[in-house]
Design a protein around this ligand. Structure first.
Ligand code: PLP
Length: 444
């Protein structure tokens, strides 16, 4: 049972002392504090005001196995008692860390046989930044320093993460991006290609990458980074053929391909990784969130053997964190993966609840405020429009209907996220069909 908290006092303390992530502090103050989430089970969270809310966001795109998994708590307890911490700096490692690296290598498969650990998705992308530049220097091509990314991509909140990302609002705070990151158009058909042939639109978006490579000079380009499906940008599912075209361009110019799987990894799209669902082969795969279902913070980078062979020629790779390969986080991640395997959650997303979500979202197609619904696995989006049959926005080009509809959904008992004019959803992989029905009904 949840503890008996003094919610009013917690809200007061929240306003007085706590600075939440990615928030408007004045707004939180005016609200009298944030919603206090006290406990959760399965697909539901509970708040201090007595509301039970269907969590259509799996926390923050991460609680893939759902809430209340006692065996994850048990394995954390056992590991803490046996060995709560040891580092990987002193030519030392712990058993869960090694076992998790091998497990991830078996899931990514192919050439991605080596794993570097960090604590967050942002750190994983900092690792990409440093590893890729170090790699090219060692390989004798030191001019290859430029990263190509997309506008509206999200790669985290650290300096390198924000820079690799394409969120203009984030760039504006902190004078970012740092030099050496180029942004090209995103494959967002509903927003930017509406009325055109989607496949051709996808080809044009891939061609924009090649154009930028030629402008920058292929000899200067280190890597292209992208989320297989953009999550925080609004669940942007690229048209068929986009990733194959991107991969071909990267190979043509010898550029490394990085698939940021922080959201798409661990069953979200119906395979272990989004690049497996979408059919392309990256050289580095940052992952986080679903790796431990958010029970503890851990992230990883799966790296190809070719890159590691080059790194071996450079002595120490002087990069890494106190919590790289944290044994308790690794033990929890291992058990989380075991649960996913035991319960066949990837298969469930691919063949059952994923297709069911797509079908259920179609019920919204005739709604006068809905311009498009789309989904892949258990990642879904609803585009809100001012006129049916168009992509016309309520709040001008940038839009603002998403947060309004999100707040109405929460009042009705459903947690979703509103991004400009889009409602996005990413429920736990254990969600039932009847709960998907509830989700769609509440959005309607
Ligand atoms: N990359 C992607 C694709 C993400 O969606 C996120 C977070 O949402 C990150 C990186 C950053 O992860 P974190 O918030 O754990 O630093």
């Amino acid at each position: 049972m949840p503890r008996n908290y003094d919610i009013a006092e917690l809200k007061r303390l929240d306003v007085a002392h706590h600075l939440p992530a990615q928030q408007d502090y004045k707004l939180i103050e005016d609200m009298g504090g944030s919603r206090i989430v006290t406990h959760a089970e399965g697909c539901y969270i509970h708040d201090g005001d007595g509301n039970r809310i269907l969590d259509g966001m799996a926390g923050l795109w991460c609680v893939n196995v759902g809430y209340g998994r006692k065996e994850l708590a048990d394995v954390a307890y056992e590991q803490m008692m046996e060995l709560p911490f040891y580092n990987t700096f002193f030519k030392t490692v712990t058993p869960p860390t090694v076992m998790l690296a091998a497990k991830i290598a078996s899931l990514t498969g192919g050439k991605l046989q080596h794993v570097f650990f960090n604590a967050s998705g942002s750190e994983a992308n900092d690792t990409v930044f440093r590893m890729v530049r170090h790699y090219w220097k060692l390989k004798g091509e030191p001019k290859r320093t430029v990263f190509i990314s997309r506008w509206n991509a999200y790669h985290g909140s650290t300096v390198a993460g924000v820079s690799l990302g394409g969120m203009k609002g984030m760039h504006a705070q902190g004078d970012l991006p740092i030099p050496g990151v180029e942004h090209v158009r995103q494959p967002y058909w509903f927003g930017e290609g509406f009325g055109t042939d989607p496949v051709q639109f996808g080809k044009d978006c891939a061609a924009a990458i090649e154009e930028r490579i030629l402008e920058v000079g292929p000899e200067n380009v280190a890597a292209f980074i992208g989320e297989p499906v953009q999550g925080a940008g609004g669940v942007i599912i690229p048209p068929p053929g986009y990733w194959q075209a991107v991969e071909a361009i990267c190979r043509k110019y010898g550029i490394l391909l990085v698939a940021d799987e922080v959201i798409c990894g661990f069953g979200r799209t119906g395979e272990w990784f989004g690049h497996q669902t979408l059919g392309f082969t990256p050289d580095i795969v940052p992952m986080a969130k679903g790796l431990s279902s958010g029970y503890l913070p851990i992230s990883a980078n799966a790296v190809s053997g070719d890159i590691v062979e080059v790194l071996k020629t450079g002595g120490d790779f002087v990069h890494g964190f106190t919590y790289s390969g944290h044994p308790v986080c690794a033990a929890v991640a291992l058990r989380n993966i075991e649960i996913m395997e035991r319960e066949g959650l990837c298969d469930r997303v691919k063949n059952d609840v994923g297709p069911y979500l797509a079908e259920a979202l179609k019920r919204l197609d005739g709604h006068p405020l809905v311009g498009e619904t789309r989904s892949i696995g258990l990642l879904g989006a609803v585009e809100i429009v001012a006129e049916p049959g168009t992509n016309k926005r309520w709040g001008g080009a940038e839009g603002n209907a998403g947060p309004v509809v999100r707040d109405l959904c929460i009042e009705n008992g459903l947690m979703v996220r509103g991004i400009r004019d889009t409602i996005v959803m990413c429920p736990p992989l254990i969600i039932e069909r009847s709960q998907i029905d509830d989700m769609v009904a509440m959005i309607a």
